[in-house]
Design a protein around this ligand. Sequence first.
Ligand code: MG
Length: 427
Amino acid sequence: MTVGASAPGPELGRRSPLGGADAGSVGRTPVTIADVRVILTQPGSSRLVIVKVVTSEDGLYGLGCATYTQRVYAVQAFIERHLRPFLIGRDVDRIEEIWQMSMVNGYWRNGPVANNAIAGVDMALWDIKGKRAGMPCFDLFGGKSREAAAVYVHADGRDPREVADNAQQFAEQGYRHVRVQMGGYGGPGAVLHTPRGAPAGNYFDPRRYSHAMLGMIDHVRNVVDDEIELLHDVHERLHPIDAVRFAKDLEPYRLFFLEDALAPEDVQWFTTIRQQSATPLAMGELFNNPHEWQDLIVNRLIDFVRMHVSQIGGITPARNIAAFAGMFGIRTAWHGPGDTSPVGHAANLHLDVWAPNFGIHEWPRPTELEYEVFPGLPRIEDGYLYPNDRPGWGIDMDEDLAARHPCDEHVVEWTQTRLPDGSPARP
Ligand code: MG
């Protein structure tokens, strides 16, 4: 028998080169993209960008996160002016093709604005795919490897005692992983030796920072319950050679991970850190381009990939990265503070419960208002985040309530970071 002789032909002649509304797959009428809407809202501390892809099927839509909180209007314009006209009429089932074509359609690739815009659509299409299949997205990915995702939360304080008190309170609420910082990123405020005329800004002293943090972590490790795992985020605030020493100094405290010990521009130094300490390393929230993570994974220079899923272009690339990292014994810890929207957190959670190499979920402890704006936002129970079993991401949005909490207008200040002599620094 001739293979495929009885199967219907590909009917290539019927297909539009644009893959539009008349480009149906064989034997069915495709559901197509009818509209792409951008919703800006701020129910919590961060400005959020949510994408709603509306389909040709009555009542069927998907939600995605396109939150680049510092540049929300650039993402909004990208989606409304560039992606929307490109997407209307396309078959919602062709997620992979839409992602690939969206990425090359602008010729220049992998910037934060473009990636977030494409991610919002990508995530919404996965939501639609799940709804059409009647399955949660984790089932589309291959099913659960675990029932829930362990999370870590952020403890801060003005001095080591206050950090330890806050960490211990989280322990008593059932959290088993706590990130400990003191005085935010960069360390506690202190009188700095600045030159006359130094401008206003968010000052920090990298040398004092590492000394103060070492003392804080020593105190917290001695006070907080032994079974509580500690994490710390350097936030790329050290000179590379000081980061090498800091990772070595922290080795006795057996951190769960040390985050962003280096800036993306300095990642070659991970080789040196790796040779000199066994402190687990997490990296990636500022990455946009595959070149930024490929070598770190292949050379096993880090232990956790923690890219911001919308910054890398969405679920389609994130699934590939999870599988790629898993081949090298590297776990996932997707970036997830308050500027990952509730929709983004729901999507991260579906990746978490599926990925065999899941590590940890960063959890910002949303407010009750955020739960009201985003019905279905997962809840914490004893340090674990549980997905629901609804199709897609299992999360919705109350657009009327969201509209009553618009984004505030401000120039971002916390990123106006300066070294003691007043020179600009990476935040
Ligand atoms: Mg971080």
